[in-house]
Write a protein that binds this ligand. Structure first.
Ligand SMILES: NC(=O)c1ccc[n+]([C@@H]2O[C@H](COP(=O)([O-])OP(=O)(O)OC[C@H]3O[C@@H](n4cnc5c(N)ncnc54)[C@H](O)[C@@H]3O)[C@@H](O)[C@H]2O)c1
Length: 319
């Protein structure tokens, strides 16, 4: 099958390209590098079964020839990125999703939307099942991302119901692994880079807020299975193991052998206090569950940041 992956030069998009190519598919990667990097796909560009198109997906998408799948991953994804690029983030969730769905409809392709646990906002139900409608502040600073993704889900369901497009929606929970940008401000990359450099580990608030962390290989497996399935409703894919931010900091310090101290910064506005996926649906419908525990995933991730710190003097960024 020939698949189009938008956001192909990003963290998740590049791993998806690897997986689809490894499964014998032909991949067209599309990206405008707004938060991605050519290095993430440098190992693919010479392959005959991979083609890269540099394009802003908010503009009309034209692809010649057959396309059997559209995996829509283009979007700024870290709070630092979407707070700095609020309009692009809203446009990517709305216009890009519309364009990508239009291409899927025209080609008779199956469409998969990369949605997010942020559609649950600061949740009042814990853990979060797919049936929970969420608790989002539409006019807060984070609303640009959360509402863009909620709109994208609504648009995807409308194309499914009205145009009969085969659609899938994955609600992705906090995922980490090699190819994250060291300065994208996400908690795992920040802590690892800060620990490796001996810089203070920046904790927002007391660090008692919880998050669930999914290793990228587990996520890609869940997405691959969801795409193959016949489930059109949104599906959580994430690791239900729940850790406080302080616990994550302790694990990173331990694994890196760092002597960095903890430093506390103000809690960002509308920051969720808890976050944990209910993955009962993924277990039953996809036969999927995460396999990589946090410590093992961190061990696989640290060497990637180590070489960036040593080679480029990579630094973390905080809000
Ligand atoms: N990483 C996570 O933990 C996580 C969690 C939930 C949802 N997601 C979703 O997964 C997707 C990928 O996230 P990521 O972590 O790989 O982020 P990323 O920033 O590494 O990748 C996003 C990619 O999209 C590209 N892009 C953005 N706007 C574009 C546009 N208008 N045209 C073309 N390309 C554009 C960027 O250049 C980048 O390469 C996003 O849709 C994100 O919302 C990620």
């Amino acid at each position: 099958m020939r698949v189009l992956i938008t956001g192909a030069a990003g963290f998740l998009g590049s791993h998806l390209c690897d997986r689809y190519l490894a499964e014998g598919h032909e991949v067209i990667g599309m990206d405008n590098f707004i938060t991605g990097h050519p290095d993430n796909i440098a190992h693919l560009v010479e392959r005959p079964d991979f083609r890269f198109v540099e394009q802003d997906v908010t503009k009309f998408i034209q692809v010649d020839g057959p396309v059997g799948g559209v995996l829509h991953f283009a979007s700024p994804a870290s709070p630092i990125d979407y707070l700095e690029k609020p309009i692009q983030t809203l446009k990517v969730g709305s216009l890009c999703t519309h364009n990508a769905l239009g291409l899927a409809k025209a080609k008779g392709a199956r469409f998969l939307l990369a949605s997010t646990s942020e559609v649950y906002g600061d949740p009042k139900v814990h853990p979060q099942p797919e049936s929970y409608w969420g608790h989002v502040n539409p006019v807060g600073p984070r609303g640009v991302y959360d509402e863009a993704k909620r709109f994208a889900e609504a648009m995807t369901m409308a194309y499914h119901r009205y145009h009969g497009v085969e659609t899938r929606i994955v609600r992705i929970f906090n995922t980490y692994g090699p190819r994250m940008r060291p300065a994208d401000g996400r908690v795992v990359s920040n802590f690892i880079v800060q620990a490796l450099r001996g810089d203070p580990i920046s904790i927002y608030g007391e660090g008692s807020q919880t998050r669930s962390f999914t290793y990228v290989d587990d996520l890609v497996e869940g997405i691959y299975r969801l795409f193959q399935s016949d489930r059109a409703e949104p599906t959580n894919v994430g690791n239900p193991g729940e850790f406080t931010i302080r616990e994550l900091a302790a694990a990173v310090l331990d694994l890196t052998g760092s002597t960095s101290q903890l430093t506390h910064l103000p809690l960002p506005e509308d920051d969720p206090k808890v976050r944990q996926p209910d993955i009962a649906v993924a277990r039953v419908v996809l036969g999927w569950q995460p396999r990589v525990p946090l410590l093992e995933g961190l061990q696989k991730t640290i060497p990637y940041f180590q070489q960036l710190v040593e080679r480029e003097g990579a630094v973390a960024r905080t809000l």
